[in-house]
Each structure stands twice: as structure tokens, then as C-alpha cells.
Design a protein around this ligand. Structure first.
Ligand code: NAD
Length: 343
């Protein structure tokens, strides 16, 4: 790990704090700390248990206490070493502790590398309400090391692939073509085969997805327009996750949601059938599901209406016009929605 060297070069303060979850700390915490102490950094290493429940005010409060005990100062950077949960929680703590300390995102899941570490949304949940308390707080630096993805569970890897496919569909048809061409190579790390060629394809996915997210966020940091295209697949996806009682994983639900939105667009006479077929093939080859599971359609629609992306009770969808281009609409007719959700 060369992180210590880079942080030194970039002039970060001599004292810093890593926040990680139990699993990631066990895998990479010591190596990172070692890299930092060997460059002369006084490094604290704080641990939180794994899981979404840690995105809470209680967990944040515990971390504030630990930062106090470490005598953290306004210049003391927080290094968020972990997946999206650690990134969102540590980011929230960094945004609020002493009215803001520097934040370095060190994402270790594919989802975090391609999506959640970029764009500055940090938050904790409030009861059942996801990401209810939060801020826009940009990291000073994002350090993604794709070699850490080798230890990631296949289902977690697929979650990240779903978001990478999303980035391509909403913004970049060339990137989509790259995914079509290289998907098997990108997935090779699943089998534990890690020679350089494999890494190259995966690196391209992380770099290009991060660039796409940055390009979109640069134009609409506060999420008042364009940024909502990143919700493509998520309106229906969240409903599927919720109604399935979270038996269907986030990435799977997003994959199904992306295809459902594409089918809606096709039924409305907008998306060409061939484009729909291309999308279905890529999702399938990524190891993600493509069909709507048999769930209660009324419950799905109710869940979609409750989603925070619904404005004034109307159902707002991000739909593909073509691969690489989406539009936002409130005007999908209820029969088309119901018909699509029946599967
Ligand atoms: N801020 C944003 O813009 C944004 C965007 C998308 C998602 N999110 C948030 O991200 C969270 C989900 O993130 P996630 O999918 O990364 O989940 P996660 O952080 O829970 O990580 C998933 C699991 O993988 C483990 N793990 C992490 N890195 C590993 C590695 N290299 N090797 C082995 N195991 C590893 C973790 O310990 C955890 O058990 C959600 O809370 C979601 O709301 C935020």
C-alpha cells in the first residue's frame, strides 16, 4: 500500500484516523495503518461492526467519543476504509465533527468504488428511514485499490456491477459497449484468477464509472435535477427489495428495476427492442436477474409511491431513450406500469 506516501505528498496532517468495519479492518486495516505509520503518521484505527444498522446516530455518537479520546483536531483527516456503509457513516461523522474534518474515502467494495464514494452524499438512517439525516460533504480524496476486491463476496461484486451497468446506460454508450466486450474478463476475479489482464478490465470499470458519476455530480451536486438520473432502476428496484422483505439483494433489485424501466420505455414506443435485448444480455452475463419476481403488484406500487423519489404522489421514472441516454418522466400510464410489474 502506498497510501501513506500519497497522503504525505498531498500534505495531510500528521495525525489521522481510520474508520473501518470489523471484516475490512481484519483484512486490510493493519496494512493501511502500517503504511501510514511508516510515513510518520500518528494513526488511530476505529472499528464498527459490519452492517447497515451501523448507519445510525448511535454509531456516529460512539465515533465522536472515540475521536475525542484521540484528541482529533479540525485538521485530522478521517479515512473511511470499507464499503458504502462505512463511507456514508464515516463521511457523516467527518462532515459534523468539529463542523467538518477532512475526509478520505478508501472504498473496498465494487459498489463503493463505482458509486457511493463519489459525489459527497453522506448520511445515517433514522429508524426505518434510509439516509434521512445527512449532508453533502465532498471527500478531499478517493483512493480505490481494485486488488482489495478479490476478497469480496460474489453477491457484493454483483451489486457493484449493477451500478456500473447503470452508469453506462444513463451516460455513456461506449462504456456500455466496453462492458459487453469485456464482461467475462471483468468477472474473472470471482474465480480468484488475478493476473494483470483481469485487473486492467476491472480498473477500467472503476475508473470510468467514477468519472461518469463525477461528471454528473459536477453539474448537479445538490441533486435538484440531472443527478436524479442516477436513480435509474432504483424506483422499481427499491420497491422490489422492500416487498421481498430484503430477500432480493440491492444489486439484483436494481438489475430487475433497470430492465423493467427499459421495458416500460419500449412499451411506450421509445426504446428500441434491440437496445432492450442488449441490456438484458449484459445484465444476465453479469450474473444478475432480469425478470420481475412474482410479488404482489399492489404492494410494489404502494412501495414505489412511498419512495422518496416520488414527487407530489406522481410516479417519476428514469427511462432509457437509448443505451447511453435517459429521460425523466411523470407520465407513464398506470396500466403500463402494472402490466410491466406483473412480469
Ligand atoms: N453515498 C452514496 O452516494 C451512496 C450510493 C449508493 C449506496 N450507498 C450506500 O452504500 C451502502 C451499501 O454499501 P456496500 O454495498 O458497499 O455494503 P457494505 O458497506 O455493507 O459492505 C458489504 C459487505 O462487504 C464487506 N466488505 C467490504 N469490503 C470488502 C472486501 N474488500 N473484501 C471482503 N469483504 C468486504 C463488508 O464488511 C460488508 O460485510 C448502503 O448503505 C447504501 O445506502 C451510498
Amino acid at each position: 500500500m502506498q497510501t501513506g506516501h500519497w497522503l504525505k505528498e498531498l500534505g495531510f496532517s500528521d495525525k489521522l484516523v481510520i474508520i473501518s468495519d470489523t471484516k475490512v479492518k481484519g483484512l486490510y486495516g493493519d496494512a493501511l495503518r502500517q503504511s501510514l505509520t511508516s510515513e510518520g503518521f500518528n494513526t488511530g484505527l476505529l472499528e464498527v461492526p459490519e452492517g447497515e444498522e451501523q448507519k445510525s446516530l448511535q454509531a456516529a455518537s460512539k465515533l465522536y467519543n472515540e475521536l475525542n479520546n484521540f484528541y482529533a483536531e479540525r485538521t485530522t483527516p478521517i479515512l473511511a476504509l470499507g464499503g458504502g456503509v462505512i463511507g456514508d457513516l464515516s463521511g457523516f461523522v467527518a462532515a459534523t465533527y468539529l463542523r467538518g474534518v477532512p475526509l478520505v474515502q478508501m472504498p473496498t467494495t465494487l459498489l463503493a468504488q463505482v458509486d457511493s464514494s463519489i459525489g459527497g452524499k453522506v448520511a445515517v438512517n433514522y429508524g426505518q428511514l434510509k439516509n434521512k439525516i445527512g449532508a453533502f460533504y465532498q471527500p478531499s480524496l478517493v483512493v480505490s485499490d481494485i486488488t482489495v476486491l478479490r476478497s469480496l463476496a460474489i453477491s457484493e461484486f454483483a451489486n457493484g456491477l449493477a451500478e456500473a451497468i447503470k452508469s453506462a446506460v444513463v451516460w455513456d454508450k461506449e462504456f456500455f459497449a466496453y462492458l459487453e466486450e469485456n464482461l467475462e474478463e471483468i468477472k474473472l476475479r470471482e474465480a480468484g484468477i488475478n493476473p494483470a489482464p483481469t485487473d486492467k478490465a476491472l480498473e477500467e470499470v472503476v475508473v470510468r464509472s467514477a468519472q461518469i458519476k463525477a461528471e454528473i455530480v459536477e453539474q448537479d451536486e445538490r441533486d435538484s435535477g440531472l443527478r436524479s438520473i442516477l436513480n435509474y432502476g432504483h424506483t422499481i428496484g427499491h420497491a422490489i427489495e422492500t416487498v421481498s422483505g430484503f430477500k432480493i439483494e440491492h444489486g439484483e433489485a436494481v438489475a430487475i428495476g433497470m430492465l423493467a424501466a427499459a421495458r416500460i420505455s419500449n412499451k411506450m414506443g421509445i426504446l428500441d427492442k434491440n437496445e432492450l435485448i442488449r441490456l438484458r444480455r449484459v445484465v444476465e452475463r453479469a450474473g444478475l436477474p432480469t425478470e420481475i419476481p412474482s410479488l404482489d403488484v399492489e404492494k410494489l406500487i404502494r412501495a414505489m409511491k412511498h419512495d422518496k423519489k416520488m414527487l407530489g404522489g406522481t410516479m417519476r421514472f428514469v427511462l432509457p431513450k437509448a443505451i447511453g441516454e435517459v429521460f425523466i418522466t411523470d407520465e407513464v400510464s398506470p396500466p403500463v406500469i402494472e402490466n410491466t410489474l406483473v412480469g
